[in-house]
Design a protein around this ligand. Structure first.
Ligand code: G3P
Ligand code: MG
Length: 300
């Protein structure tokens, strides 16, 4: 059954790809492009990242939140990916459905069909009733040609090596989708599970990857040592974790770094001044305003 769903997804992908090319929407659109170790940008290079969409104002990780982030002129969407019971990559942050939908229990205990019957909007506000849990393919198709995407692979979806090799793993599916949609230059893949980013790089070295700092797996290594060990392109960490020593190492070695989750203007300024390549914010509109003020040439 899961293969039938996957096959259907791929057929839809093919049709949609053809339609988009026919409309010329891919060719005509200019957006920020990520390449190995550098990011081609049309301006100062700083990237406004909408954390789970415009999460401060919309139910997180829904199409409404992603559409709003684009309207706010964010430059990248951050989203969290895990697998449904029938192994379809879906966009949802929490391990359990209870807080952010009208369902309950683990996401991974429900098929895609069951997940899509849930209401992922009302918990935030009645006016978002009917918002659904999007699939990764649905979001990527929507984002393509419009905005860059950070796919964060949730730890829950990452399996040990035996299952990784035998199953339709999240890493293999993420890589297949990025390639099928021709989105290598506009996607960053990250994970708190270091196995996932390592596997993504092994599957396709051209895909831009970032380590999401996780103390337990880091064995006291510094950001430069971690980036080298896992062959990633960037280092992502929380604002709380960022410290002077790390900043010196990151900036000295010209390692791009991205910081989450910053929602205050004064903190945004500090992190931008510290040299961050991008910030994850629940308020991409505020971050856009702050970064535009700090880089006036960007708005000229
Ligand atoms: O990728 C940045 C941030 O999203 C990581 O934390 O828990 O919000 O997914 P979390
Ligand atoms: Mg996330």
């Amino acid at each position: 059954m899961k293969y039938r769903v996957l096959a259907l997804q791929l057929v839809m992908l093919g049709i949609n790809t053809f339609v988009l090319y026919a409309q010329g929407s891919i060719m005509n659109y200019e957006h920020k492009s990520l390449t190995k170790n550098t990011m081609d940008t049309n301006d100062n290079g700083f990237i406004v990242i909408a954390h789970r969409g415009a999460r401060a104002y919309y139910p997180e990780n829904t199409m409404a939140a992603f559409r709003a982030a684009i309207d706010f002129d964010a430059e990248m969407l951050e989203l969290d990916v895990q697998l449904s019971k029938d192994n379809i990559p879906v966009i949802f942050h929490d391990t359990k459905l209870d807080k952010k939908t009208n369902g309950s229990g683990f996401v991974s205990d429900y098929t895609l069909e069951q997940l899509q019957e849930l209401d992922a909007g009302s918990w935030f506000d009645e006016k978002f009733k009917g918002e659904k849990i999007p699939t990764l393919v649905e979001l990527l198709e929507y984002a393509r040609g419009r905005i860059s995407v950070n796919i964060e692979i949730k730890t829950e979806a990452v399996k040990d090596v035996a299952l990784y090799n035998s199953e339709n793993s999240v890493e293999k599916q993420v890589v297949a989708l990025i390639k099928a949609l021709g989105m290598k230059s506009s996607v960053m893949v990250s994970s708190f599970d270091y196995r996932a980013v390592k596997r993504i790089k092994e599957l396709d070295p051209e895909i831009y990857t970032a380590l999401l700092y996780e103390k337990e797996q880091s064995n006291g290594l510094n950001p430069k040592e971690l980036v080298d060990l896992y062959h990633v392109d960037a280092f992502n960490c929380s604002g709380r974790e960022l410290n002077r020593k790390w900043l010196d190492i990151l900036n000295h070695n010209e390692i791009p770094f991205f910081v989450y989750t910053i929602n205050e203007a004064t903190q945004m300024k500090k992190v931008i001044e510290a040299g961050a390549k991008g910030i994850f914010s629940d308020k991409p509109d505020l971050l856009k305003q702050v970064s535009d003020e700090m880089f006036p040439s960007k708005t000229e």
